[in-house]
Design a protein around this ligand. Structure first.
Ligand code: RFL
Length: 387
């Protein structure tokens, strides 16, 4: 039983189906909802390779765009890093998450998979025994219980899996990084080639291409900000100021399709399992979107779990399941470390207090080191694209 049809649950389900392992995916939302939910866009080469190896990369290889440059703007001026030529010389593939999810659902159904949309898992039982079960509430309010050999919790931080963990079964390391973003999707073509990070006294602003007609922008805002307070005009005005459009040229504007706030936070569950419940994707390790790692980690953890479950169910070999957490956690912590470093690189504290000014000077020194030192650039590129 797989709870959740995001990248983690769908990769897991597809790899299991390819190995002829029976599974059912239970998804709270309607199909149309998950196929339109815009989130990630930047996929790392390791994630793309995993998808490709399992016959899941057709859409993204055909329609995704290669992306290998990022730019930093600030009072220091602007510099660009061609990270596709640095470090391991690898690039991202830009392919909106909702397209990937759409492809993965179609493929899962093609592989004879059973996916139940509009079905909320409300509870889990017998996780420490041989036959765990989950309570489901179907689209017509029909309640039923399903049992199976294992449960995969791929239902994010607010899902049923984390709630089902008994006290003390896993330790959750959580942290709010003190930064909140207004995450925006604009019906507008990208304004520049590169992912652009703008560091400004008024707060961070970011620009990331999604498709030829849709662009993601971010604006740092105070925690608890109401996105409804941000009219289209106010958003474009603030983006223009922080992105220094007077110096670097105007942004291509269009209607704002989506505005939500995201508290930049992390959570890591150690271990990523309890009895016959295994966590993958955001439920195991939530990561702030500052370095675009979340969907990639979801793919990697799902792949590792799929291999371990296949061994257990087809060869009676449970070593992969026993070692599942240890196999995944180093990568998760590594990604957390880089993502945390990116937060410090992009956000300075506001105000004229001694501490705030000191930290902003450190931030500037970090940016200049990245601008000027090749060894620093190589290290950045390896971590930015690698996972
Ligand atoms: P998901 O995608 O949240 O899917 C979980 C699914 O579980 C369902 N669910 C339940 N179903 C049944 N019963 C229940 N009780 C349930 N509770 C929940 C939900 O409806 C949902 O469909 O988790 P998954 O699969 O672990 O995938 C994680 C990724 O979605 C996430 O890490 C990324 O989107 C993060 N992220 C990015 N990652 C990247 O790798 N590159 C990026 O460029 C990138 N940009 C982003 C991002 C996340 C963002 N937000 C919204 C925080 C940009 C943003 C703004």
């Amino acid at each position: 039983m797989i709870v959740g049809a995001g990248p983690a649950g769908l990769v897991l389900g597809n790899v299991l189906r390819a190995a002829d392992v029976g599974c059912v995916i239970l998804e709270r939302q309607a199909r149309v909802h998950v196929e339109q939910r815009g989130r990630a866009g930047f996929l790392a080469p390791a994630g793309v390779r995993v998808l490709d190896e399992h016959g899941l990369a057709g859409g993204l290889l055909a329609k995704g765009q290669s992306h290998g440059t990022c730019a930093f703007r600030g009072e220091h001026g602007q510099f660009e890093l061609n990270y596709g030529e640095l470090g391991q010389r690898e690039v991202h593939t830009v392919y909106p998450q909702q397209f990937l999810v759409t492809d993965l659902i179609a493929e899962f159904l093609d592989r004879g998979g059973d996916i139940r949309f509009g079905t909320t898992v409300t509870g889990m039982h017998g996780l420490d025994g041989d036959s765990p079960s989950v309570d489901c509430l179907g689209p017509d309010g029909d309640a039923y219980r399903l049992s199976g050999a294992y449960v995969a919790g791929c239902d994010g931080q607010r899902g049923a899996a984390l709630r089902a963990l008994p006290d003390g079964a896993a330790r959750s390391f959580r942290r709010y990084h003190g930064v909140t973003w207004l995450a925006l999707l604009a019906q507008a073509p990208p304004s520049m080639e590169a992912v652009t990070y703008a560091v400004h006294d008024r707060g961070f602003a970011g620009h990331m291409a999604r498709t030829a007609t849709v662009t993601r922008f971010y604006l740092q805002v105070p925690r608890g900000e109401d996105p409804g307070e941000w009219s289209d005009a106010r958003i474009w005005d603030e983006l223009g100021t922080r992105m220094r459009t007077e110096e670097y040229g105007p942004l291509r504007e269009g209607p704002i399709l989506e505005r939500t706030t995201v508290d930049l936070s992390s959570a890591v569950s150690v271990p990523m399992q309890y009895g016959r419940l295994f966590l993958a994707g955001d439920s195991a390790g939530l990561i702030s979107p500052s370095a675009a790692k979340g969907a990639n980690l979801a793919i990697m953890t799902a792949r590792t779990l799929a291999a371990a479950l296949t061994d257990a169910l087809t060869r009676d070999d449970e070593r992969g399941l026993v070692g599942y957490s240890d196999a995944c956690l180093p990568r998760i912590w590594h990604a957390q470390e880089f993502s945390h470093w990116m937060i410090d690189l992009l956000h300075g504290p506001a105000g004229d207090g001694e501490d705030a000014v000191f930290l902003r000077r450190l931030q500037r020194a970090r940016l200049l080191s990245l601008r000027d030192r090749r060894s620093h650039q190589d290290h950045f590129a390896e971590n930015y694209v690698g996972i």
